[in-house]
Design a protein. Structure first.
Length: 84
């Protein structure tokens, strides 16, 4: 499976504090898991107003579908690779 970065504006997804970021990611992660995707983790900055989630999936369309199933809007979905 490929790895995808989901890009969100925090105001669009209702993230105004740390707990809402955690709750929103877990809501998405559960939906993704039900579709056979692996939402591994997320990064966010309340100061900058963006959140980013990493999902392993077959395609960007599957990532979009998982987000839509729980009404979490996306700015973009980008296929990425990890270097460590």
């Amino acid at each position: 499976m490929a790895q995808f970065l989901g890009v969100h504006k925090t105001t669009d997804i209702g993230v105004m504090d740390d707990q809402k970021a955690v709750d929103g990611f877990h809501k998405y992660k559960d939906a993704a898991n039900k579709m056979g995707l692996d939402a591994t983790h997320a990064h966010y900055s309340l100061e900058k107003g963006f959140a980013y989630c990493i999902t392993e999936a077959e395609s960007a369309d599957k990532v979009r579908e998982a987000h839509a199933s729980v009404d979490i809007p996306l700015e973009d979905v980008i296929e990425v690779k990890t270097v460590s």
